[in-house]
Design a protein around this ligand. Structure first.
Ligand code: ADP
Length: 473
């Protein structure tokens, strides 16, 4: 089967979060299952672009509104990712350093999607399934069925995976002319609440919808940033498939970012060496339990609660632990987290920004990882942490609920709490400190979690079954 994934991100080319990790690994595992998986993303100006060789695959052009754009499809020459990676270059629109957050993102991602569909319509390969990820590719299934120039693609089955339903790509109806001439009888497919809503449109148009965990699928019918009713009515074609992790990239035995590689057998000493280095770099006390947070500093992740929860924990327990935070996001949260360093020097530190290498070092050197998320479609951090022997403290929501069981349960290995509030977070930190004091139990849990299989094998197969089920005769 030939599958074309369309996404805004793909690790290691361009990453802002978990979407990149999934799109950079799922196709690899689909290839291993004997299928042909390809990925197309916008040509962001990242290091990966300049460090690699590319061939030109196709050149074309299209009108968007009253402007003509030329586009070029380039392909990474040496199959570095174990699958074909294509990028869409549109001069002046897509060739930028950041992935998101430009004022013209609506035009940028619409142009990206038109280019992909236009290329598809000229391509000698006809994929068996077009798999679109999140709202940045959400108009593609509509374009393939209802834009006059592309309706010959209407028979290709399509799947949408929702990595995060908070962001939907809303645009006002003034933008209808930037979508290639379309059948206006179908306006209802584009509309949600008097706006063009690419994510809602994809949910309506695709053959199947998946979310990145089963629990998140259930939650979307209750809380989906305005799309709850849509998920209720389209429930019949929706299912949750838990993300896997790339066990080659995330392996403490071979990870080149970390100081000391380790396996289950020498995890105690291996983690300690990594912890010592980390604590030295950040002026922390390596004899105390080390709690980390890695991620976007946004409301969804409940990052706003971290400063107070950390302050309360250090005050209440009298500096019995260390905290190290890595992330970026809301300016106010960033400022508060930086400000804390002055109050708790020696026990607390933070690094504001994005740093892939440091993230690996933190998973390796930490004892516990904090994930108090209000919303967590799947969450990859807890799965990376488990593989590196770091115990997760998670709020029981979305994928966190599907991947972590509490130490109070039979065979439990993590710490779970119900509410995203200061009290639940600090109470779980208390529980973790107690666990840390029982080194024998801690060691046993560490061994247990490093053996949990969160690899892609099972989930990659589930996707293939889904593609198979929608092939048109
Ligand atoms: P998201 O909602 O942000 O996609 P996920 O848990 O699915 O959350 O994925 C987050 C991914 O991004 C993980 O690989 C994590 O290590 C990485 N990450 C997030 N923030 C940072 C950062 N500031 N520096 C390095 N890696 C980060």
């Amino acid at each position: 089967m030939e599958i074309l994934h369309v996404s805004a991100e793909c690790y290691p080319y361009a990453k802002a979060g978990g979407l990149a990790d999934v799109v950079g690994s799922l196709p690899k595992y689909q290839q291993q299952l004997g299928h042909i998986a390809k990925v197309v993303i916008p040509m962001h100006r990242t290091k990966f672009l300049y460090d690699n060789e590319w061939t030109v695959e196709h050149k074309g052009g299209f009108m968007m509104g009253s402007t003509h754009y030329d586009y070029t499809i380039i392909k990474e020459k040496h199959n570095k990712l174990d699958f074909d990676l294509y990028c869409v270059d549109i001069y002046g629109l897509l060739d930028r350093e950041n992935i998101y957050s430009y004022d013209d993102d609506t035009q940028r991602f619409t142009a990206f999607q038109i280019a992909v569909v236009d290329w598809l319509s000229h391509w000698e390969h006809r994929p068996d399934t077009v798999h679109v990820h999140d709202h940045h590719a959400g108009l593609i299934p509509f374009m393939m069925r209802h834009c006059f120039a592309y309706r010959h693609l209407a028979n290709i089955p399509t799947i949408l995976t929702i990595h995060n339903a908070q962001y939907q790509g809303w645009m006002s109806w003034d933008n209808t002319n930037i979508i290639p001439d379309w059948d206006t009888w179908q306006w209802g497919l584009l509309d949600w609440n008097m706006m063009i809503n690419p994510l809602a449109c994809a949910v309506k148009c695709v053959d199947r919808v998946t979310t990145v965990s089963p629990s998140y699928m259930e939650e979307l019918t209750q809380e989906a940033n305005g799309l709850e009713q849509l998920f209720v009515s389209e429930r019949y074609k929706c299912s949750g498939i838990l993300n896997g992790i790339d066990t080659v990239v995330w392996d403490p035995q071979t990870d080149t970012y970390i100081l000391d590689n380790y396996t289950i057998t020498d995890a105690g000493s291996g983690k300690l060496l990594n912890k010592k280095k980390l604590c030295k770099d950040f002026m922390l006390d390596d004899t105390l339990p080390l709690f980390i947070y890695i991620g976007r500093l946004v409301g969804e992740k409940a990052a706003d609660l971290l400063p107070q929860a950390i302050r309360d924990s250090l005050n209440q327990l009298g500096n019995k632990m260390n905290f190290l935070i890595l992330g970026s996001g809301d300016k106010n949260v960033e400022d508060q987290l930086m400000y804390l360093t002055g109050n708790f020097a020696g026990y607390y530190n933070s690094k504001i920004g994005y740093n892939e290498k440091l993230a690996h070092q933190m998973y390796a050197g930490a004892d516990f990882i904090l994930m108090p998320s209000r919303v967590e479609p799947c969450g990859l951090n807890q799965m990376y942490a488990l593989r590196y022997g770091t115990i997760p403290l998670v709020r029981s929501t979305g994928g966190l609920k599907d991947t972590v069981t509490d130490i109070g349960e039979p065979n439990g290995f993590g710490i779970r709490f119900n509410f995203a509030n200061i009290w639940d977070i600090t109470y779980s930190i208390h529980r973790a400190v107690e666990l840390y004091d029982d080194q024998e139990r801690l060691t046993a849990i560490r061994k247990q979690i490093m053996q949990i299989d969160n690899s892609w094998e099972k989930s990659a197969e589930q996707y293939i079954n889904l593609y198979t089920s929608i092939q048109k005769k």
